[in-house]
Ligand binder design. Structure first.
Ligand code: G4P
Length: 528
């Protein structure tokens, strides 16, 4: 098969949601479709104990199967599916955001009883700023939830994206009859067990469906459908591909209901790997030369095994084990001897892979997050990964002042690796760390102690709202402990606002000062 055919089969996506919306349950069902596990059940006991592992490792424990924590890969119909994990709960970190730079599309799960929740919103913003196509699955229809129109309105208003319901539910909870599949013009009927019956619209007239079509819930839903047809947005594949419209599906991951139909439609519509921007122009995924970038580095927490794995998203060409590659940043060439692909059933050695695939390569401490590796005569680098705004800030000091040399070295290296972000206060020597989630602090503390032999003291500054400033607009007298003026690693000034109120108050008093939200500026259009 040619490189072009191989890459066109790839569907590389992440599932984003707020904890408890049903990501694990849905993922399990997809694994069943991929024949990776025979049957799926509810993952029990998740609420007990601390989450030191990702949800998928939790599946691994519960179901006795071996799933890696970062990526799953399996064939489905004519496709090769790569699902990347976006850890939630206490595993939420910058890595979660960075994972979204390595996917071609995203499935967003929303709990019908809750609507848009905090973590969904954060992850969604990253997708939006990168123009990633987003497919929505509204889950838990087997329960009484919020009205579908209300949910559509919330998605449109809170997320600022058009919706196009591909399916539309007839009732929910105890009244749930099934969904109208607008895309395939059929009614998918729900019988309360795992059976799904597909009835083409043209067959609904038949006498055997009389009970269904005369049901008051069904009739009500027909009216809603008419309203949707008349007043709703038109479906636009172009808008979907630009991340401006989201196709919406309704169902229940647990029942399961509507999952297979959703996955089939999604997989047909979702984009194959797209061209990417580099310092040498646009690189096509079917280019003969291999290239990829590193979006995550996982250090082994076991001090006996200090090896690290770098996760590479392949962007073009064909990867072959043992091939020589160049590191774009340094121009140095070396052999990729140890490589792994992450198949749900095992962490096997990989011999070949194509654009869209994710491989793990052994990192002898040379890689940085965002690095490009490639073959061919022309050396280039892919666009830098965006800097994501941290939320939790802590002042860090070494417990033992005698260790300041190792302290600085450790921080410098961990920051460079992308484990955590570093800020410095104007005119002070204070080191301030910024992270997206608590896990990053736990990892930082642990690695400082184990790898640099430095015990650190972390003094929380609490959740803050970071807003960047233009250098020429910095006026130090305007800031204090509440609204702290700091510099990032590049020396760019930013303010850590105490809360939303302080931010608005400041903005009102100083309307001329432009405050920049990183989520708003990192616009990155993948669809050139
Ligand atoms: P997550 O990975 O997104 O955190 O969610 P997960 O799949 O673990 O699901 C969270 C809970 O919601 C689970 O309940 C799961 O069974 C339930 N759930 C998922 N999909 C559906 C659905 O379609 N309908 C209904 N009714 N429930 C669903 P749990 O682990 O048993 O714990 P608990 O929350 O019930 O205590």
């Amino acid at each position: 098969m040619s490189i072009n055919e191989e890459m066109n089969k790839r569907r590389t996506f992440a599932i984003i949601s707020h904890p408890d919306a049903g990501k694990t349950t849905l993922t399990e069902k997809l694994l069943v479709f991929g024949n990776l596990i025979r049957s799926a059940g509810t993952v029990k006991g998740k609420k007990s104990g601390k989450f030191a592992t990702s949800d998928w490792m939790e599946i691994e424990k519960q179901r006795g199967i071996s799933v890696t924590s970062s990526v799953m890969n399996f064939p489905y119909r004519d496709y090769q599916v790569n699902i990347l994990d976006t850890p939630g709960h206490e595993d939420f970190s910058e890595d979660t955001y960075r994972t979204l730079t390595a996917v071609d599309s995203v499935v967003m799960i929303i709990d019908a009883t809750k609507g848009i929740e905090a973590q969904t919103l954060k992850l969604f913003k990253v997708c939006k700023m990168r123009g990633i196509p987003i497919f929505t699955f509204i889950n838990k229809l087997d329960r009484e939830g919020r009205e579908p129109f209300e949910l559509m309105e919330e998605i449109e208003e809170v997320l600022d994206i058009e919706t196009y319901p591909m399916t539309w539910p007839a009732g929910m909870g105890k009244r749930f009859l099934g969904v109208f599949d607008r895309h395939h013009e059929q009614f998918i009927s729900y019988s309360g067990n795992e059976e799904e019956t597909y009835i083409p619209y043209s067959h609904l007239e038949k006498s055997e469906h009389q009970e269904l079509v005369e049901h008051p819930t069904y009739k009500e839903t027909l009216e809603e459908l008419m309203l949707l047809d008349e007043a709703g947005d038109q479906f636009s594949m172009e808008k979907v591909m630009r991340g401006e419209q989201t196709p919406v599906f309704f169902g229940s991951a647990l029942a399961p209901f509507g999952v297979e139909g959703f996955f089939d439609t999604f997989i047909d519509m979702a984009p194959a790997p797209a061209p990417r921007r580099s310092t040498e122009g646009i690189v096509s995924p079917d280019d003969a030369e291999f290239s990829g970038f590193i979006f995550k580095i996982q250090a082994n927490m076991n001090p006996q095994h200090r090896d690290r794995v770098a996760f590479v998203r392949i962007c073009s060409g064909k990867f072959e084990r043992g091939m020589n590659v160049t590191l774009g940043r340094t121009g140095k060439t070396f052999k990729l001897a140890q490589s792994q692909q992450f198949v749900a059933s095992s962490r096997g050695t990989i011999d070949e892979a194509y654009a869209g695939d994710i491989i793990g390569i052994y990192d002898p401490n040379v890689y940085r997050i965002g690095d490009t590796i490639l073959t061919g005569k022309t050396n280039f680098e892919y666009d830098e990964l965006p800097q994501f705004p941290p939320e939790e800030f802590k002042k860090v000091t070494a417990k033992n002042v005698m260790k300041s040399k190792q302290f600085k070295k450790g921080i410098e290296q961990l920051v460079q690796e992308g484990a955590i972000q570093l800020f410095k206060r104007y005119r002070f020597e204070d080191y301030i760390l910024g992270a997206v989630g608590q896990l990053q602090y736990d990892v930082f503390e642990y690695r400082m102690k184990n790898e640099y032999n430095v015990e650190v003291e972390l003094q929380p500054l609490g959740e803050r709202i970071p807003r960047w400033l233009k250098e020429e607009q910095v006026n130090e007298s305007l800031f204090d402990e509440r609204n702290m003026l700091v510099q990032d690693r590049e020396g760019s000034p930013l303010v850590l606002f105490k809360n939303d109120f302080s931010l608005r108050w400041f903005q009102d008093k100083n309307p001329d000062i432009e405050l920049i939200d990183l989520f708003e500026v990192n616009q990155y259009d993948q669809s050139y």
